[in-house]
Write a protein that binds this ligand. Structure first.
Ligand SMILES: [Zn+2]
Length: 216
């Protein structure tokens, strides 16, 4: 079986994503990429996360050729492939329809560094919004790819969000932080105009986090 460990991780994180409320029903999708073999392991289309098995994961190339798997891959496989092409350091991609990120996407408003945790994890001032395109199309993959050029994650207008990372754990953390920050920003905007960290504060916070946080 190709990419067995990646398949196991995808099943585990898919369930986590569902239980954490980042997706509903069978929406969203996640993948892991191995640049050495040029292969991507991706969740299948339309299979509930709590029923998903390792054999349901599809192994394919970034060009869309299926190498192993009996299920149809996620309809957003082109979007995942585009993310790996534009962010060469990425080894995992998480796409969700999480509530507050989607709310901000409908407003066409980027998620900003309104709280320090955003800076800790994402080390940038804002997560941009890619314009609306029909789901599962090359056109959507193209606009997302453009938005990911200078950002590890982006919102997808009237759709959801996508986050990349050097591991699945990192991509998942990025997706979680975009969602929690979107909620803080939205709640703050309900009563006023939230302040944001400056570029310098973002970088200083990120430096402090990488040097001092945790059991080091
Ligand atoms: Zn979607």
């Amino acid at each position: 079986m190709l990419m067995r460990k990646a398949r196991e991780e995808l099943v585990e994180y898919g369930l986590r994503m569902y239980r954490d409320g980042l997706v509903t029903m069978t929406s969203g999708n996640i993948s892991i990429y191995n640049p050495a073999t040029g292969t991507m392991a991706i969740t299948p289309s339309g299979i509930p996360y709590d029923l998903m098995k390792v054999e349901d994961i599809v192994i394919m190339t970034l060009d869309g050729e299926i190498l192993e798997g009996t299920c149809k891959p996620s309809s957003e496989h082109s979007l995942h492939a585009a993310a790996y092409r534009v962010r060469p350091e990425a080894r995992a991609v998480v796409h969700t329809h999480s509530k507050y990120a989607t709310v901000m996407s409908t407003l066409g408003e980027s998620v900003k560094a309104v709280q320090f945790v955003f800076a800790n994890i994402l080390n940038c001032s804002e997560i941009p919004v890619a314009p609306y395109r029909t789901y599962g199309t090359e056109a959507l993959a193209e606009v997302v790819s453009e938005a990911l050029k200078n950002s590890p994650a982006c919102l997808m207008a009237n759709h959801g969000m996508v986050a990349s990372g050097t591991t699945l754990e990192n991509a998942y953390m990025a997706a979680t932080i975009v969602e929690s920050t979107a909620e803080i920003q939205w709640r703050a905007e309900c009563v006023g105009k939230p302040s944001c960290l400056t570029e310098a504060e973002v970088h200083e916070t990120y430096e402090a986090f990488t040097k001092t946080y945790g059991q080091k």
